[in-house]
Design a protein around this ligand. Sequence first.
Ligand code: HAS
Length: 549
Amino acid sequence: LPAGERKLALWNMGVAYTAFLIGTLAGLLQVFIRNDALELPAWLDYYQILTAHGVLLALIFTTFFIFAFFISGMSKSIGAFGPKVLLWNWIGFLVMLAGTILATVMIVIGEASVLYTFYAPLMANPWYYVGLALFVIGSWIMGFALVGHYMKWRKVNRGELSPLFAFMTVTTIVLWVIACLGVVATVLFQYIPWAFGWVDTINVELSRTLFWYFGHPLVYFWLLPAYMAWYTVVPKILGVPVFSDSLARLAFILFILFSIPVGFHHQLMEPGISDFWKFLQVVLTFMVILPSLMTAFSMFANFERAGRKNGGKGLFGWFTKLPWKDLRFTSIFIAMAFFIPGGAGGIINASFQLNEIVHNTLWIVGHFHITVGTPVAMTFMGLTYWLIPYLTGRKFSNTMKKLGFIQIGLWSVGMLLMSTAQHILGLLGAPRRTAYSGYNGHESALEWFDGILTNHVTMAVGGSILFLSAMLLLYIVIMSAFVSPKAVEPHEFVEFPLAESDKRATPKILENWWLWIGIAFLLIIIAYAIPIAQMIQHAPPGSRGFITW
Ligand code: HAS
């Protein structure tokens, strides 16, 4: 890659892993507080740490990492950035960084203990919302800069389908921009005027709805870059071409269509929305499961083709012939395996009646640790092992590979313990987001739960193993960014694995953006227009609409 893109990607990676460090530390404190093993000093609050954990890991780490991956992959697949694209990427990066610093400072000084979902009526210091707004604007600038680079490629290569990596990057950015419209609307027109005191009240139901309009596709903004690695990087490591170019593109298009008009499945227990609209969005949620099932199908096809190519015989013999000694593959494989229960849990959550059992319990915390916390995070780890040395031109030694295996092993065991305990505790009724000591007049709610897997100690043990794994990962990151010797011989350079994708049979209509964006908006209007109008109409006087001056 040219030096400009390397530097840009490395800065994004640097911010991502700084957030990862603070975020995982907050996670460690979290499990100890819930276990009553730690009493916080008066200046530090349970909700403050929970907010830091969620914001830094789920929002900041992921977004900066994703842009590091996009920048490197776009330059690799469609060519070097022009000076304008580089400049706008830097501007976007700096705006995003400014927003991150502002929001983080507000959390650290205890002015924004409102959790990563920042629902009203909890109110943060207004500058926290300004920080969030800057973060989103920065990400849009970077996103548009990358789309500009893509459009230039298309102009030169008129009538041709773009390389799969570029297509998937643009899809993810389109999804992100449409999704952010909800959070931008609520932050700019509801939270900022309310938190600065320009208005007295806020329409809570509307703000929650606009948040979840954004909040659900947000999870696909995390997932799709992981899927990009599964579709384009994994086959290369396996030594096979992409299984089906058109299937991969169709799966991504389905995410544009169905990932947004589904936010009500986070609000199934809320009284302000009628059952009809909830049910409609439950049906649409089941549509968004399809592209993940298509992805699972493609992955098994990759494995079987690669395993058979390597001499695997019989029905399952190919399984043993996969490159298990390749850290890049094994970490992503485990990530995928975690997504089987992770996805199944999502289907349970989305089933209207079953949601009553799991909503607002620790089950949900278990669910997102085996979706974003493992399938996504561990795929990002699998990318980190080669992407950083690739960008810095340093060696990735055998010792680091061994440490990498220990790291992913620890992450898997830690996550298995922690998330299993969380799922079971949730089914037994342990609430999420609750500081237990003194809960509901009890000395401690911990006494309600005992047993091996239904114990908060198991959760804390899992959390501690995860923290150990995170520190090991950071050691590998620092070594491959600053310390490892520079590669000299050709075989010492780390490659950017990107598989061949045969697009001769792929229908051109799949890259007709206006068509898919148009249908996406149509579905959004069908799913949201009437319930939002009702929320505005039925809001108590004084909080009707966005701003009541
Ligand atoms: Fe979710 C809540 C429904 C996917 C993240 N979700 C959350 C929250 C987060 C989150 C963070 O309907 C909490 C929000 C909060 O703070 O309140 N979720 C779903 C559904 C899916 C889903 C239907 N979620 C995700 C992903 C996330 C994520 C992905 C992050 C990246 N979720 C819900 C619902 C709630 C919810 C409700 C609200 C609950 C409540 O009441 O609050 C689907 O997208 C899942 C589809 C996935 C599959 C799996 C396919 C499997 C694959 C792996 C193949 C494996 C291979 C390896 C090839 C159908 C692709 C083979 C290996 C072997 C060993 C055999």
